[in-house]
Design a protein around this ligand. Structure first.
Ligand SMILES: [Zn+2]
Length: 287
């Protein structure tokens, strides 16, 4: 989920520079040694690509050192395209308009508390409405979701009367819809059930199962708020977490869990309460 590649590049470059600097004063000695190493290469004693690359770079560095009569500070300060800041991801800010999934009128569950909902994704992002719809429908139609209680859901369209809208939006738009400064987590405000794209795409560091199960957790959690459920906390260590626990912040000793009714019959509750953090950084779309 993280994007460690740029960090690794940086580390690698720094290391190579350090090696380069320390070699500069030893050029004469190294040239002599190089002749011997070259012989070793000719006899095919290298065993893998990594070692081969390392020696190739050694040779290149020595060549540069030999032909340059003075220290070259430009080499240290030279802008490296791999080290320029990452561009802001396209999902980070959209245009504040929404594209809706077509209402099918499909209904899941037989509960008497019937909720009509529609599904929307913010335009101007590269968020995938079909993918979001598929996961949302798979989640809310699952027998371990809220329909295991006295609840039923019906998927309607943009222009239909709806009890709530399930949104997938940029972090910026999340703060608008939920009328708060936070841009790092998902939220619910009135009939707006808002999934934050930052979490949709990256989940959180401590969520180990897979991205799809985090997505189902966050949909069930935020829809749970719309159904009237408040926050709960872990009741007993090493047991599945209540879905209404703020698992985005921490697990509180419990195991991650996406479902309000994990066995399809009993609501898995915990003591009322909040974890209250640690808060994710406000611009934490790349964690
Ligand atoms: Zn919550």
């Amino acid at each position: 989920m993280a994007q460690p590649s740029s960090g690794n590049h940086r580390k690698g470059k720094g290391k190579r520079r350090a090696e380069r600097t320390s070699r500069a004063g030893l050029t004469a000695l190294v040239v002599t040694v190089c002749t011997f190493v070259g012989g070793a290469i000719a006899y095919g004693e290298l065993s893998d690509d990594q070692e081969s690359t390392s020696l190739d770079e050694t040779a290149k560095t020595e060549l540069e050192a030999d032909t340059s009569s003075e220290p070259d500070p430009v080499e240290v300060d030279e802008p490296d395209p791999e080290e320029t800041p990452e561009p802001t991801p396209l999902y980070y800010e959209g245009d504040g308009t929404f594209r809706y999934t077509e209402g099918t009128g499909q209904t899941w569950g037989e509960g008497s508390n019937h909720y009509r909902f529609n599904i929307a994704v913010e335009e101007g992002t590269e968020l995938d409405l079909d993918e979001f719809t598929e996961t949302a429908v798979n989640t809310l139609s699952d027998e371990r979701s809220w329909i295991a209680g006295d609840v039923s859901f019906e998927l309607v369209g943009e222009d239909d009367q709806a009890d709530f809208t399930l949104y997938l939006v940029s972090p910026h738009q999340r703060s608008v819809l939920c009328e708060s400064q936070d841009v790092s987590v998902s939220c619910r405000n009135g009939d707006a059930v808002v999934i934050n794209a930052a979490r949709w795409l990256n989940a959180v560091e401590h969520w180990e199962t897979d991205l799809e199960s985090y997505r189902k957790y966050v949909i069930n959690h935020e829809v749970g708020h719309r159904l009237g459920y408040g926050h709960e906390v872990c009741g007993e260590d090493d047991t599945p977490s209540p879905v209404m626990a703020q698992q985005t912040y921490q697990l509180g000793g419990c195991e991650e869990n996406a479902w309000p009714y994990p066995n399809g019959e009993e609501y898995l509750s915990g003591p009322p309460g909040e974890y209250g953090g640690p808060r994710l950084p406000a611009d934490s779309y790349d964690d």
